[in-house]
Design a protein around this ligand. Structure first.
Ligand code: NAD
Ligand code: UGA
Length: 461
């Protein structure tokens, strides 16, 4: 069949955690759209075209296999893709800058800029360019300047359509989103382009859940959403430390507080701190913007959310040290879980990285286990001094260990035979449940010394 059975051609630049899954969902719901995903990484594109996808996300593979080769294609031919597309989604990475001015805070926009320049160089017809990546407010202005520079007669309309999906539930989040946000310039051509994107999402999202706004509100809303979510986690983690001192139970406090419909129950799970590629990066980005606009007290307010998260990870390690007689030198510690959350192999900015480094610095022997993230864990700890073993089997990881530290709440960790694990461990056997994931009373009855987060410890020693 020829290409003319499609109403529009979509291109997505960037075949990562966002580009691959979002385009898979669009291709599934919009059989009348031709979708191509491109990337500079040949290896990534080869994997998207194989059975060994480059990312693990529940439900992704089944959906991908339904449409790949029909209306969803993966390619490294970026220039051809640009020339043919009507709508171009930009979902390249926007990491925190590691060099020069703003290092450690500002966003490194080099990938966005390179993409904009490439679009300009290869576009021969008018296009809608959609910012899917998370970027600083007013970044669209820069993109617009690049696209319309020189004497190119091609016209570009820029839209902001931030992605709100969370990893591990990405497919569900995209199939039934709380909202889809589309920002545009409030000019007739901007609004026309926005309606074009609304039409696409209306294939599966009810119109009342498609929110439209001006460009700057849309760009800022993405940063604010992540900042608010991370702030809730730091808030409850700050209370967890108070609970540990006072005998209150953070789970009970969160339940009581969250019952207030103005507060709500979600994102109040205390733990070892938030990780993932975006929370830290996006808050730092917002802090940098606040400083840029001279709003120091606002910057300081949001900085506290990040600082508290660092404190929470340090506190977890300090608790291990204190309980284990102030030394973990040469003691075997089994780390249960390395991914920044369950149901993903992603370890970007995972608390496990910081916790591992702190424990290795204390000269512990680490045995790391995780059902999906061992490959990434190895890369994250490459070159770090210390003794680390990567072991897919949690029973082996715990054999002869002095302690288990649970960092990621994988469902399978609830169903392990802890009697068997306890028997195989050094005594006294400790278990630090960094996600309050296990049955603490049952573990205590088996003989473990159990240390949850934000709850009194249950100890025999
Ligand atoms: P990622 O690193 O997984 O993927 C980005 C891809 O872009 C990479 O494969 C990279 O090779 C490619 N790329 C970089 N420069 C390119 C270029 N010039 N041309 C073609 N390809 C290029 O990143 P991600 O997690 O998918 O995040 C992408 C954006 O989406 C970021 O701005 C992020 O903040 C945002 N976001 C991420 C999530 C998430 O859950 N990961 C959720 C919402 C928003
Ligand atoms: C987060 C947001 O939830 C998404 O809406 C957003 O699109 C995405 O960032 C992004 O911009 O990248 P994600 O990082 O994938 O999604 O996962 P979350 O479920 O938000 O979890 C982030 C971290 O917070 C995890 O380490 C998790 O363990 C931790 N967390 C979450 C808690 O410690 N307590 C909670 O109550 C909730």
């Amino acid at each position: 069949m020829g290409d003319n059975k499609f109403v529009k051609k979509i291109l997505c630049i960037g075949a990562g955690y966002v580009g691959g899954p979002t385009m898979t969902v669009i291709a599934n719901f919009c059989p009348d759209y031709h979708v191509t995903v491109v990337d500079i990484s040949q290896e990534k594109i080869d994997r998207w075209n194989s059975n060994d996808l480059p990312i693990y996300e529940p439900g992704l593979k089944e959906r991908l296999l339904k449409v790949r080769g029909h209306n969803l294609f993966f390619s490294t031919d970026i220039d051809k893709g640009i020339a043919e597309a009507d709508i171009i989604f930009v979902s390249v990475n926007t990491p925190t800058k590691t060099f020069g001015e703003g290092a450690g805070r500002a966003v490194d926009l080099q990938y966005i800029e390179k993409t904009a320049r490439r679009i300009k160089a290869h576009a021969r017809s008018d296009k809608i360019v959609v910012e899917k990546s998370t970027i600083p407010v007013r970044a669209a202005e820069t993109i617009d300047k690049i696209l319309h520079s020189g004497n190119n007669s091609v016209k570009f309309e820029i839209l902001s359509n931030p992605e709100f999906m969370a990893e591990g539930t990405g497919i569900k989040d995209m199939e039934t989103p709380d909202r889809v946000l589309i920002g545009s310039m409030e000019t007739p051509s901007g609004i026309k382009a926005r309606e074009e994107l609304v039409k696409l999402y209306e294939h599966w999202v009810p119109r009342e859940n498609i929110v439209t706004s001006n460009l700057w509100s849309s760009e800022l809303s993405k940063l604010v959403s992540n900042a608010f979510l991370a702030q809730r986690i730091s808030s409850i983690n700050s209370i967890a430390s108070l609970c540990e001192e006072t005998g209150a139970d953070v789970h009970q406090v969160a339940r009581a507080v969250g019952k207030d419909s103005r507060i709500g129950p979600k994102f109040l799970k205390a733990g070892v701190g938030f990780g993932g590629s975006c929370f830290r990066k996006d808050i730092l980005n917002m802090i940098y913007l606040c400083e840029h606009y001279g709003l120091q007290p606002v910057a300081d307010f949001w900085q506290q959310v990040v600082d508290l998260n660092d404190y929470q990870m340090r506190r977890f390690v300090q608790r291990i040290l204190r309980a284990m007689f102030n030394s973990v030198v040469d003691k075997k510690i089994a780390l249960f879980g390395f991914a920044f959350k369950p149901d993903t192999g992603d370890t970007r900015d995972a608390p496990a990285i910081y916790i591992s480094k702190m424990l290795l610095n204390e000269r512990a022997q680490l045995w790391i286990t995780d059902p999906h993230a061992l490959e990434n864990a190895k890369a994250d700890l490459e070159g770090v001094d210390g003794q680390v073993t990567y072991e897919p089997d949690p029973y082996k990881a715990a054999e002869g260990a002095h302690t288990i530290a649970l960092i990621t709440e994988w469902e399978e960790y609830r169903n392990l035979d802890y009697e068997r694990i306890f028997k195989s461990m050094e005594k006294p056997a400790f278990l630090f449940d960094g996600r309050n994931h296990l049955d603490h009373e049952a573990l205590f009855q088996i003989g473990f010394n159990v240390y949850p987060v934000g709850k009194p410890a249950r100890t025999h020693v």
